[in-house]
Write a protein that binds this ligand. Structure first.
Ligand code: S3P
Length: 176
């Protein structure tokens, strides 16, 4: 059974958090972010968790967050870390929307941001462009497979993107 949530998956920097906040603002739904939940659970930034405890520990925390979302959260728009699509019972949390864009577009979205340095620094898996591109390539089809809905976000305005999301059946059913 799927819960009454919307879950945004996709590669680092594609705009999952921004989109979730915009949807929340317009719809009145609550927005939560899985990385934020992990940071409040551990009281440590993601970068530090990777440094001190390693990736496997971080993935176990993602699973803990997923289990909580799948049993305890309703009517919420959930933005996720780029690797969250791999958790067990993902589909039970809600309708899974993959925000899709090309690697170059994503890279430029971060690199051209006024706060680019901090945006790269907080993402341990985006330290080297070449490695990040390989990770992107290795995940592409898995994101497709995990998604109930795919939305191409490249070169779309926030307004166009929101319109597309609010048109989805999962959304109109929820707010009828
Ligand atoms: C990760 C993406 C990050 C964060 C962590 C690992 C990944 O989140 O969860 O650094 O494996 O792709 P964003 O997608 O919000 O950058």
């Amino acid at each position: 059974m799927k819960r009454n949530n919307i879950v945004l998956i996709g590669f680092m920097g594609v705009g999952k958090g921004t989109t979730a906040r915009l949807v929340a603002k317009k719809s009145g739904m609550m927005a939560v972010d899985t990385d934020d939940l992990i940071e409040s659970l551990t009281k440590k930034p993601i970068r530090k968790i990777f440094e001190k405890r390693g990736e496997a520990y971080f993935r176990a925390l993602e699973q803990r967050v997923a289990d909580w979302l799948a049993t305890s959260v309703e009517n919420t728009i959930i933005s996720t870390g780029g690797g969250f699509y791999k958790v067990e019972r993902l589909g039970e949390i809600g309708t899974i929307i993959y925000l899709r864009a090309s690697f170059e577009w994503i890279y430029n979205r971060i690199a051209l941001h006024p706060n680019a340095k901090a945006k790269f620094a907080k993402r341990p898996l985006f330290k080297e462009k070449k490695r990040a591109r390989e990770l992107y390539e290795s995940r592409k089809t898995a994101y497709d497979a995990a998604a109930d809905v795919i939305i191409d976000v490249e070169n779309k305005s926030n307004e166009e993107l929101l319109e597309e999301i609010f048109r989805l059946e999962c959304f109109s059913l929820k707010h009828r």
